[in-house]
Design a protein around this ligand. Structure first.
Ligand code: FDA
Length: 417
């Protein structure tokens, strides 16, 4: 890749891609390798900052368990089926093959999640090498000031031309790819650029909100639990009405302001304001039975009996809120123990909000899939304008699904150009 070329001799390209993140880099590489003259623009100092920080610095780049025939299981949006075509044409196996080609070692962790064995930097280097192989030109940091479109009156084989005004000059191309991602983590370069371009070209938007994000609770309601910050345990968490209930069996993490960990990040993408979460703190254990048996044989404090099944700090915090539980279990009433069992298996708690985009891994909502072709990612009513990756109203579960969508949507777009 030609790094940071200042105002190249020719300012016209076959395709200009804005956003050198996961989707933009992959699309540029594919399009370049097909023989297109591609310019990739990003306003940040470094490419792919989100890849760099993802997966704890090791990038959970895909998920082996993805069933491409059933995207609604792993993706959220107005129409998760939209991503089926792209996901089935560029699968986790295809990306794994690319890693193999570059000799990058990876490992499976939890539930099909694949991570770079050494560092996320390996994935970035691989994408840059793929771009270089496609002769992709690269302007970075480079701000885009304005985008305009002129429909062509003569038959030149393309429907029009985009003029992209940047702080390095103006470039033109018949194809413009928006790969500027979502709003999460503004301090590493996230902006609403993609949504503004969508509005400019009259592409409808689905309301945005933070996803895969820790949830917060009112100060007073949270006081008894704030002391548990740092504590983690496996739970079953659910939200939503009976008809549309979503639940996850994952680890829950207590924080100073609320709840986090994979369980809460996953459920946050489904949680709606002012609705409760239901948490089974001891999934797979019949606590009514356990507590009754303990009552029959033990004189230990209720908290001590509980601590045999959950972290001691949590058992203490839970029982300290209820005077009738601060006694030996054989002296606790059946009613109090039954209520305790119910509370532990169906802890109902209503968040007051989330930690927002500064902590969210993704943005829910975005460019309405109704406005795009599911085969090519091109806007139906705006020839030559493509939207790929997170800017589109497709959001994956935690576990590599978001990067897989970035690769697959980028591939579908590049194939069509
Ligand atoms: P991405 O955000 O990668 O790239 C957008 C690019 O556009 C950026 O380079 C940005 O600088 C640029 N840009 C923005 N505005 C611009 C403007 N106005 N002008 C020019 N350029 C502009 N997913 C996953 O599958 N596995 C994982 O392990 C993780 N882990 C993870 C951790 C953390 C902390 C976060 C925040 C996110 C994740 N994700 C993840 C989600 C994943 O990072 C995300 O879904 C993809 O990076 C989206 O790829 P895109 O290319 O669409 O956007």
């Amino acid at each position: 890749m030609t790094e940071n070329t200042i105002a190249s001799s020719s300012s016209s390209y076959d395709a200009v891609i804005i956003g050198a993140g996961a989707a933009g880099l992959f699309c540029a590489a594919q399009a370049g390798q097909q023989g297109l003259k591609v310019l990739l623009i990003d306003h940040a100092e470094k490419v792919a900052e989100k890849i760099r920080i993802s997966g704890g610095g090791r990038c959970n780049f895909t998920n082996r368990d993805l069933d491409v025939r059933a995207p609604h299981k792993y993706y959220v949006g107005q129409n998760p089926q939209f991503c089926r075509s792209a996901l089935s044409r560029y699968t986790p196996a295809d990306f794994i093959a690319l890693l193999d080609k570059h000799g990058i070692a990876y490992e499976e962790k939890h539930k099909g999640q694949l991570f770079a064995q050494r560092s996320a930097e390996d994935i970035i280097r691989m994408l840059l090498a793929e771009c270089a192989a496609g002769g992709v030109e690269h302007w970075q940091p480079c701000s885009v000031k304005k985008v305009t479109f002129s429909a062509l009156s003569t038959d030149t084989g393309s429907a029009g031309s985009y003029a992209i005004q940047t702080d390095r000059g103006t470039v033109t191309a018949p194809r413009l790819v928006i790969a500027t991602g979502g709003l999460s983590i503004p301090k590493i370069g996230a902006t609403d650029f993609g949504y503004r371009i969508a509005q400019q070209f009259k592409l409808p938007l689905i309301e945005r909100r933070a996803g895969l994000v820790p949830l917060t609770f009112d100060g007073d309601a949270w006081k008894p639990y704030a002391q548990l910050a740092g504590l983690a345990l496996p739970v079953e968490i659910s939200t939503g009405s009976k008809k549309e209930r979503m639940s996850f069996l994952e680890d829950l993490l207590f924080t100073h302001r609320g709840l986090s960990g994979p369980a809460v990040l996953q459920i946050s993408s489904y949680w709606k304001d002012n609705t409760p979460l239901h948490i089974n703190l001891l999934p797979g254990t019949d606590m009514t039975e356990v507590l009754q048996q303990a009552k029959a044989r033990s004189r230990k404090l209720v908290a001590n009996e509980l601590a045999a099944h959950m972290p001691t700090r949590l058992a203490d915090a839970w029982t300290s809120q209820q005077p009738e539980l601060q006694r030996p279990i054989n002296e606790a009433s059946d009613k109090a123990l039954t209520r305790l069992a119910e509370q532990l298996s169906r802890w109902e708690i209503t968040p007051n909000g989330s930690e927002g985009y500064k902590k969210a891994e993704v943005t829910l909502g975005g460019v309405d899939t109704k406005a795009l072709s599911q085969q090519t990612m091109e806007a139906k009513n705006q020839p030559g304008l493509y939207c790929i990756g997170e800017v589109v109203d497709i959001t994956g579960w935690l576990g590599g699904y978001n990067f897989q969508w970035a690769w697959a949507s980028a591939f579908a777009c590049a194939q069509a150009m």
